[in-house]
Design a protein around this ligand. Sequence first.
Ligand SMILES: C[S@@+](CC[C@H](N)C(=O)[O-])C[C@H]1O[C@@H](n2cnc3c(N)ncnc32)[C@H](O)[C@@H]1O
Length: 369
Amino acid sequence: MSTVQSMPIDSLAYQRDAFIERFLNFASGTFNMFSIYIGDRLGLYRALAEAGPATSKELAKRTRTHERYIREWLEQQTVAGILEIESENHTAAARRFRLPPGHVEPLIECSSLNYLSPMAQLLVGAVRPLPEVLEAYRKGGGVPFDSYGKDLREGQAAINYPAFWHQLPEEWLPAITDVHARLEADPPARVADIGCGYGWSSMGMARGYPRIRVDGFDLDSPSIKHAKENAKRNKLADRVRFQVRDAGDPSLEGRYDLVTAFECVHDLSNPVRALQTMRRLVKDDGVVLVVDERVGDKFTPKGNDVEWMMYGWSILHCLPVGMVDENAAGTGTVMRADTLKKYATDAGFSSVEVLPIEHFFFRFYRLNP
Ligand SMILES: C[S@@+](CC[C@H](N)C(=O)[O-])C[C@H]1O[C@@H](n2cnc3c(N)ncnc32)[C@H](O)[C@@H]1O
């Protein structure tokens, strides 16, 4: 007998209706995320924040967009509770819309730790190659990082920028006292940052520790191009260098005091090879730091407080990119501590410690050579 048949009619109706309510909330959240993408990419939120409340015509003029679309978007944003309307008693053309002050930081303050708009951009990037993703679900294999395009790269860089620029050098590294001391000391410490993306982690470290030299490596050439431009713009190019390199490249050389990997080990098709590289690059008295997602230690039906999101990224992006090579590990975003420990042991590390640094998304692992 199926579960449905075995349920009393009342419980079935209750369960169905509760699910319908949640289902519609899923749809509403999804529309809102895409609407935030539009507002963010077209500079609509910024224009409202900087030049004040506007009618659809005024906002379209400010942002060089088409009034009819802007009017629809403004009304949608109001119904969604993202924007507010100044007075309901106006004609459509005369209605003025404003950005509530408390919504400014999450929507447009790109250096704030509360900045969240990049999540919408990441989401748009994550669904870009959905046909390829579906094909991978059917046949196996992976979807290359490149297929996810600019929105995913940019969203990834922007969502981590505030934490890498501020918390990494100001809180996280100072909490690892021996690493902090070495980064402050002479001779200048050398740092390798694997899978650095747009390079904000490399540059955040260099900003906080003015003696150190950092080499950032990433397989994705558009990311490295942006990283180099960012280093120049931030006047760090003399101490922070970026190269297009595979994390598993056996010809990667150097002797580093600190080797880092931020939010990338779970994305690698071959994480053990990358960890072997990191082990080879670190000096005997150096430290390898892996920063990855703060997921629970084991699967539970409810997951921990961030797994709803980590599984979301995983089914659309991180698992497909981690399935690209032959014999790919296929880790996914939800890389549990035991999985990383197994990879680290296979790569020759003697032990892995979870560091007592608290962050909503991240867990900090110290891998001992
Ligand atoms: C989720 S992003 C993280 C980027 C950056 N560390 C951050 O936290 O914002 C993962 C990065 O790993 C890079 N990557 C994937 N496979 C790689 C490989 N085999 N070697 C080097 N980088 C790789 C991707 O290009 C991407 O930039």
